[in-house]
Design a protein around this ligand. Structure first.
Ligand SMILES: Cc1cc2nc3c(=O)[nH]c(=O)nc-3n(C[C@H](O)[C@H](O)[C@H](O)COP(=O)(O)OP(=O)(O)OC[C@H]3O[C@@H](n4cnc5c(N)ncnc54)[C@H](O)[C@@H]3O)c2cc1C
Length: 319
């Protein structure tokens, strides 16, 4: 609401997980929201993600952990309400050396050290935690429906200049697109590849982020299993290279041998919107603009926490 008690007119640009959750939070706060985007689900980077709750390739850690904690809580509520695409699964984070405590420990309600008999060969330590599993496209589609119910107008369209948009406040949720839209050279792609297979015969997730098979992760979902991947910093190559699917399957099979036998459905590239630090801030040069982009490999892990912060920043802009 504006100081005069009227709802503010807000345009949210971008319809990935960040734009959708931001538009949702702003509409729930009572604002009149238009969501404008060049692409919608299933044609966004967010659709490529598995997506499991895990803070990865996003900085700074203190802010990321706070956003991750509140996003975890939001997905707990969503799971209790049977929101489509939202469930919880056990995630096992594997290390090839002894580790004191997982760096993300403070963001989850509970975690445990894996037993020795749970660790694949090559691994000496591991941590298990129940975490949100968000089947990306199903959840994005659900959010679109919720935005409709909240009265958010959703319109297609590429934005060349944020200044051209008529609104009290513009919220920039363009992910990698922010590099050209704002001339922000700190935004760079972190290329990933995922192999989608038939359903896995087990229901927990495994990940090696920094060990001998990194980056390797297995995310079993209700109607497929996602095997990943890579984190090619600075690469914007959208084609799948010939050896990549075999390489991913080989490395993931070292986490769980059963994945080597799963039939492959699809191999997909996604460009994570990397940035030296996630940008959630009011624009210092334009008092109509608030930014929310650069979430790297953690968009689903931090989305609701970032959206809540944007609601506060917008309130500061319209007083
Ligand atoms: C392979 C892979 C696996 C991943 N796994 C996970 C995971 O397990 N867990 C997790 O938390 N995260 C994961 N991620 C990261 C996550 O997908 C991203 O952090 C997230 O998708 C970023 O969301 P976003 O909404 O900012 O960007 P996007 O989904 O890219 O959305 C950006 C939107 O902005 C629009 N746009 C851009 N420029 C303009 C413009 N000028 N005008 C109008 N519209 C514009 C686009 O059309 C799009 O709709 C993964 C990513 C990849 C690639």
């Amino acid at each position: 609401m504006t100081a005069s008690g009227q709802p503010a007119n807000i345009v949210v640009v971008g319809a990935g997980i960040i734009g959708l959750t931001t538009a949702h939070a702003l509409a729930e706060a009572g604002h009149a929201v238009v969501l404008q985007s060049a692409a919608f689900t299933p044609h966004t980077t967010s659709d490529v993600a598995a997506a499991i709750w895990f803070p990865f390739a996003a900085e700074p850690r203190d802010r990321v952990l706070a956003w991750s904690r509140s996003t975890y809580a939001a997905f707990e509520v969503a799971h209790q309400q049977n929101v489509p695409g939202v469930s919880f699964c056990e995630m096992k984070d594997l290390y090839d050396k002894q580790v004191e405590e997982p760096w993300w420990a403070s963001a989850v309600p509970a975690w445990r050290r894996c037993n020795a008999d749970e660790l694949p060969a090559d691994y000496k330590d591991g941590f298990g935690a129940q975490v949100p599993l968000v089947e990306s496209s199903r959840y994005l589609e659900y959010l679109h429906g919720q935005l409709g119910k909240l009265g958010v107008v959703q319109r297609p369209g590429f934005v060349h200049r944020l200044a051209d948009l008529e609104a009290d406040v513009v919220v920039n949720c363009t992910g990698l697109g922010a590099r050209s839209l704002c001339g922000d050279e700190r935004v760079t792609p972190i290329r990933g590849v995922v192999v989608r297979t038939e359903v896995a015969p087990f229901n927990y997730s495994l990940a090696d982020d920094e060990g001998p098979n990194a980056l390797a992760y297995i995310v079993p979902r209700s109607d497929d299993c996602v095997l990943g991947g890579y984190a090619h910093y600075g690469s914007g190559v959208l084609e799948v290279q010939e050896h990549e699917a075999d390489d991913i399957i080989r490395r993931c099979a070292r986490l769980h041998p059963a994945v080597a036998d799963l039939a492959v459905k699809e191999v997909v590239v996604g460009l994570r919107p990397g940035r030296s630090s996630v940008r959630v801030e009011a624009d210092p040069a334009d008092d109509r603009v608030v930014h929310n982009y650069g979430h790297g490999g953690s968009g689903f892990t931090v989305c609701w926490g970032c959206a809540a912060e944007v609601v506060d920043l917008v309130a500061g802009r319209i007083q």
